[in-house]
Design a protein around this ligand. Structure first.
Ligand SMILES: Cc1cc2nc3c(=O)[nH]c(=O)nc-3n(C[C@H](O)[C@H](O)[C@H](O)COP(=O)(O)O)c2cc1C
Length: 372
C-alpha cells in the first residue's frame, strides 16, 4: 500500500494522492493576465496525475509582482482566464490552488532567462513591459543589483493587507480549491519576518513577535476572507541559512501561530536573502518540513530536490511530511506521478492515465514487455 498514492483531506478538499506541483513563476503573463501558456503548462500536470496544481505566485497588487511577466489577482478581469485553467484541472482529476504573493523589495525583477533588463523597445511593447518602484518593510535594498525600496507606512500596509484579502476573494470566485500565502523566499512577508530586511522601530520590527505581526495580520485577514470549507496553505522559509537570520525555532513558533489562525498545511521551503549558505542537495529541505511538522504539530509539505518515487514514499513513511511538492522535477517529467505509480503500485496502473493515452501506453509497454 503506497502512502504517496493514498488520499489526503484538508477541510473540503480531498486530494487523490500526496504528490503536488509547487508554484512556479512562468514570467509569461502580460499585465498579470493568465494565457494559453499557463493553461498548457499547468494542464499537463493534471494529465500527469498530480493531485493538486498550485499556480505560480500571483501578485496581490501590481507592484507586488516579482516581474512584469508574473500573474496577478488585483483586478476582477484577471479571474476569467484563471477559471479556464481551474476548470481544465478539475475536468482532469486535479485540484487547483494558487499562491498569493507580494514580492516587496524583490519586485520588479528581470526575467531570469534574459539575464537582466535588456528588452529592446519593440520587445517591451510585445511583452507588456512595466517597471515600478518597490515597497518593503524598510528602505533597505535586497542586493546591489536591486534599487532601494520605499518603506511601507500604515496606509501602505493596509493596502497590502487589503490586496491579499481581495485576491483571496477573487481566487474563490475563479473556483480555486485552495490558496497558498507566500511567506517565503525573501519576499514581502518573509522580509517582515527576517531581521535581515526588517529594520523597523515600530510595532512591526524588533523582536520576532513584532516581526511576525504583519505577516500574521495578513494571514488572519486572508483566512477570514477565504471560505471555511476550503483549505489555506502557507509557504515559509524555515531558515534564512544566514547567521542572525530566521531560525528553525523561529519558524516553528510562526507555524504554531499560523495553525492557530486556521492554516491547514505549512509548505516548508527555505532562504531568499542575499548571502545565504544553502546546503543544496537531494532532499535538503526535508528535515525542515519534519522539524515544523513535529515542532508545531501541523501538516507539512516537503519540497526541494525530491526526484524519485522511492524518496517521496520514504519521506511519508518516516513521517517527515504529509505532502510531497515537486517543481523542477515536474517540469522535467510532467507525468511523474503516473511513472511513480508504476514503481510503487503492483499491477496495471494505466487506468490512471487520461483515457486518450492510457490504453496506448499500455499497448506500447506490452509490445516491449515492460508492463508490471
Ligand atoms: C521556474 C521556477 C519558478 C518558481 N516560482 C516559484 C513561485 O512562484 N513561488 C514559490 O514559492 N516558489 C517558486 N519556485 C520554487 C519552487 O516552488 C520550489 O520550491 C523549488 O524549485 C525547489 O523545488 P524543486 O527542487 O522540486 O525544484 C520556483 C522554482 C522554479 C524552478
Amino acid at each position: 500500500m503506497s502512502k504517496l498514492f493514498s488520499p489526503a483531506t484538508y477541510r473540503g478538499m480531498t486530494l487523490k494522492n500526496r504528490v503536488i506541483v509547487a508554484p512556479m513563476c512562468q514570467y509569461s503573463a502580460q499585465h498579470g493576465f493568465a494565457n494559453d501558456w499557463h493553461l498548457v503548462h499547468l494542464g499537463r500536470f493534471a494529465l500527469g496525475g498530480f493531485s493538486l496544481v498550485i499556480v505560480e505566485a500571483a501578485g496581490v497588487t501590481p507592484e507586488g509582482r516579482i516581474s512584469y511577466g508574473c500573474l496577478g489577482l488585483w483586478e476582477d478581469a484577471q479571474i476569467a482566464p484563471l477559471t479556464r485553467i481551474v476548470d481544465f484541472l478539475h475536468k482532469n482529476g486535479a485540484k487547483a490552488g494558487i499562491q498569493l504573493a507580494h514580492a516587496g523589495r524583490k519586485a520588479n525583477s528581470p526575467i531570469p532567462w534574459r539575464g537582466g533588463f535588456n528588452e529592446t523597445d519593440a520587445e517591451k511593447r510585445d511583452l507588456g513591459f512595466e517597471a515600478w518602484t518597490s515597497v518593503a518593510p524598510s528602505a533597505e535594498r535586497h542586493s546591489a543589483s536591486y534599487p532601494v525600496p520605499e518603506a511601507l507606512d500604515e496606509a501602505g500596509l493596509a493596502r497590502v493587507r487589503e490586496g491579499f484579502v481581495a485576491a483571496a476573494k477573487r481566487a474563490d470566485a475563479a473556483g480555486f480549491d485552495m490558496i497558498e500565502v507566500h511567506s517565503a523566499h525573501g519576499y514581502l512577508l518573509n522580509q517582515f519576518l527576517s531581521p535581515i530586511a526588517n529594520k523597523r522601530s515600530d510595532q512591526y520590527g524588533g523582536s520576532f513577535g513584532n516581526r511576525m505581526r504583519f505577516p500574521l495580520e495578513v494571514a488572519r485577514a486572508v483566512r477570514d476572507a477565504w471560505p471555511k470549507d476550503k483549505p489555506a496553505f502557507v509557504r515559509i522559509s524555515v531558515t534564512d541559512w544566514i547567521e542572525g537570520g530566521v531560525t528553525v525555532a523561529d519558524s516553528i513558533a510562526y507555524a504554531r501561530e499560523l495553525k492557530a489562525i486556521g492554516y491547514d498545511v505549512v509548505h516548508c521551503s527555505s532562504s531568499g536573502f542575499d548571502g545565504a549558505k544553502i546546503p543544496v542537495g537531494p532532499l535538503y529541505q526535508v528535515p525542515l518540513a519534519e522539524a515544523v511538522r513535529k515542532g508545531a504539530d501541523v501538516p507539512t509539505a516537503a519540497v526541494g530536490l525530491i526526484t524519485t518515487a522511492q524518496e517521496a514514499e520514504q519521506i511519508l513513511e518516516k513521517g517527515e511530511a504529509d505532502l510531497i511538492a515537486l517543481a523542477r522535477q515536474a517540469l522535467d517529467d510532467p507525468n511523474w506521478p503516473l511513472h511513480a505509480m508504476r514503481e510503487l503500485i503492483a499491477g496495471d496502473t494505466y487506468g490512471n492515465w487520461p483515457l486518450q493515452a492510457g490504453y496506448a501506453v499500455r499497448n506500447k509497454d506490452r509490445a516491449l514487455g515492460t508492463t508490471r
